[in-house]
Design a protein around this ligand. Structure first.
Ligand code: EPU
Length: 429
């Protein structure tokens, strides 16, 4: 098990290039198998979630040619399997997108119930309700979901909850259904729009992605396509929050500022300076930050994925801040670890009360999930003294070159295997 040894009292300064969006990439890759043509993808983040999906694609029979670190060419003509294996699927939530894409291409999919970050219960009832409405039979046995349809027929589907996963999965299945599908009460995240743009580039007919209602006319065949993944707004937001928490000045480059408005607004509320340019945003932290209340919501609300890093920022702001987590039941895995670093936080149900203003102190902590890991990284950077973050595999799932990018901004971080001593060069824990 690898861990990161992080030097505290660090002010982050400089520029950082933001990678392609994890949550768009992990949907676009399964979507690629809908077309028997050649797919060329650019701006793919080099993260372990993408590597896992590549391994699944390889297993299914996709021919993969890497074109440098962030591009890939996929030839999907000779798919030989319809059942991604459990040991790969269990590593990540997004493997459930193979349900929609395999069903769309072959009318049959056998997919194990997916894994992913432990954020409390994560049902997939809305996905299944949608597949059923399109005419698929569903059988769940021994942890495997089997979907079968002689033919998929367009339908009107109203989602009971706004779900990114269900919205994308139903787009994947409906693009090849006979006739028109109308998806209502859908998620509006930029990643949904990116996947719709990719599917349309392959020949699908999807309108309304980015609004509450998506209309899809089924088509009979798909062509090859070339697509560049959008920038990762969650990675960008993580660096923006880290800049403010460390009282540094950081510019995130190659971003779409429109996707980051909720974060920009929240940072300004805490007193940080934010300069927005067409493709970059600069955040300048202030010595005295103000407390602020924060509520997570689906896009365009404040993203739940940035709630853990934002909590670290609020531990710095002097006074009481209140966070309400509205998207997931159990997304406070980071709280106990932050408390080990001296943070004063009380959780009651979906609400967290943060009494900010006390300096955090370095400590050995463990990353319980991806975004909690990012939050602990920020906490370690601003703490008094050094910290060791274990279970780094969670961070590697979703942040490309995280240590390298932070190091470029002035951080001192060392990766070590479990058996190595934990001293930093010239420092101590
Ligand atoms: N939900 C249901 N039934 C369903 C589907 C969802 O009740 O059939 C509920 C969930 O339990 C949750 C809410 O609806 O309370 C929203 O869940 P959603 O389906 O939108 O989440 P997801 O698709 O499982 C994606 C991201 C998450 C991100 C959430 C929310 C991917 C691969 N994952 O998950 O990303 O937190 O949307 O924005 O896109 C991360 O990147 O760290 C991460 C966890």
């Amino acid at each position: 098990m690898e861990s990161l040894v992080v030097k505290g009292n660090t002010e982050l300064v400089g520029r950082v290039k933001i990678s392609g969006s994890k949550n768009a990439a992990v949907a676009v890759l399964p979507a690629a198998i809908l077309s028997p043509g050649t797919i060329y993808l650019e701006n793919l983040p080099d993260i372990t979630d993408v590597q896992t999906l590549m391994a699944i694609l390889d297993y299914l029979g996709v021919k993969i040619r890497r074109r440098g670190r962030n591009a890939v060419e996929l030839s999907t003509a000779n798919l030989s399997r319809i059942a991604p294996p459990y040991d790969m699927v269990k590593k990540m939530r997004a493997s459930y997108y193979f349900m929609g894409s395999l069903l769309g291409r072959f009318g049959r999919a056998v997919v194990p119930i997916p894994g992913g970050c432990d954020l409390g219960p994560r049902p997939i009832d809305q996905h299944l309700k949608g597949f059923s409405a399109l005419g698929s039979k569903i059988n769940i046995e021994h942890g495997m979901i089997t979907l079968t349809a002689e033919k998929l027929v367009g339908a009107r589907i109203y989602f009971d909850v706004v779900s990114i996963g269900a919205t994308i999965n139903l787009m994947l299945a409906a693009v090849s259904a006979e006739g028109r599908t109308i998806l209502e009460n859908v998620a509006k995240e930029p990643e949904i729009v990116d996947v719709a743009n990719f599917l349309n580039a392959m020949g699908a007919s999807i309108r309304g992605a980015g609004t509450d209602v998506i209309r899809i006319e089924g088509v009979k065949s798909f062509s090859g396509a070339k697509h560049a993944i959008i920038p990762d707004r969650i990675e960008a937001g993580t660096f923006m929050l880290a800049a403010a928490a460390s009282r540094g000045t950081v510019t995130v480059d190659e971003v779409i500022p429109k996707h980051l408005e909720a974060i920009t607004a929240k940072l300004r509320e805490t007193g940080a300076e934010v300069l927005v340019e067409p493709e970059s945003i600069t955040v300048k932290g202030k010595a005295e930050l103000k407390p602020s209340d924060l509520k997570t919501f689906p896009y365009p609300g404040f993203p739940t994925d940035l709630q853990p890093p934002a909590m670290v920022l609020l531990t710095v702001a002097k006074g009481l801040s209140v966070i309400t987590e509205n998207v997931f039941d159990g997304r406070y895995n980071h709280v106990e670890e932050l408390k080990r670093m001296g943070a004063r936080i009380k959780v009651e149900g979906r609400t967290a009360l943060i009494e900010g203003g006390k300096t955090l102190t370095g400590a050995p902590v463990s990353a319980p999930d991806l975004r909690s890991g990012a939050a602990l990284m920020i906490a370690a950077l601003i703490a008094d003294g050094d910290s060791t973050i274990s279970d780094v595999k969670h961070i590697d799932r979703g942040y490309e070159l995280f240590e390298e990018k932070l190091t470029q901004l002035g951080a001192t971080i060392r990766r070590k295997k479990a058996e190595e001593p934990s001293q930093l060069a010239g420092g101590s824990e």
